[in-house]
Design a protein around this ligand. Sequence first.
Ligand code: TMO
Length: 313
Amino acid sequence: MKKITTALAAGAMALTPFAVLAEDSSDPIVIPIHNWSSQIVMSNVVGQILEQRGNNVEYVTTDSQAVYESVRLGDVTMELEVWEGAFGASFRAAQEKGGIVDVGDHDAVTREDWWYPMWTKDACPGLPDWKALNDCAAVFATPETGGKGRYLDGPVDWLKHGQERVAALDMDFVVINAGSAAALWAEIGAAEADKKPVVVFNWTPNFAEAVWPGEFVEFPPHEEGCDKDPAVGINPDALYDCGNPATGYLKKAAWEGMEAKWPAAYGVLEKISFTNPQIAQMAKLVDIDEMEPDEAAEAWLAENKDVWESWIQ
Ligand code: TMO
């Protein structure tokens, strides 16, 4: 719009209607799907919005780190949930190579880190401090951990670096990667009846906060460069000696060529912004209500017309 206004102001009336009414390509817009529920539902929500306004949409299941290279190359058109903690590094690396653009932040503020359900505090009253957690490591021991505490980290592709953090902070914990997000919820659910202390990877916004009140462990605060420069952080010889960002961003990213190929859809993507409660609700429809992602998206769109209808005007 800005370009057109400027051209008219300059008296460039020879502008062809084609330039004004540039249409989206009928090629499918490729939306990647990963392995946590809000991302899957949000991708379906946005896919259905774009289909309503006439775009063709295709979904592909991809690795959540490798996707930044795929977006950069244009094999995938966009990424709707760039979590700062898990994917900031891969997003920045792709940006430096070129081909991927930052399409702005969602309203949501995110956090991803070690987390425990509130009953865990009864067994380890010094929480949420990480040193207190470490002093209590034995209460998290299982037959497999040889007296050390068990920490269930996220699936490997989220690159949470739990193992590196344990080493950098000299903690008495064994890090195990969950095979799926569902394994994290199963671990918390299984501990609930006996109020067994557990510490697992979790994040917000998520459905879990409405089901299990809990807290994040407070590690040394995140510092820029903590994952790249050993000098940064409390251990001068190690990377990953700090927590994840406590107030992280949630970005949208797109292939650089999207704006020229699907200008109207790109305009919609620029306007899209979800809040913490909206994203937690998307996850809940799948993780609690057990809907299929496409049905969850339909339900979400039906209940939230006031949120998204203005985006396609
Ligand atoms: C990438 N995640 C939101 C699951 O931490």
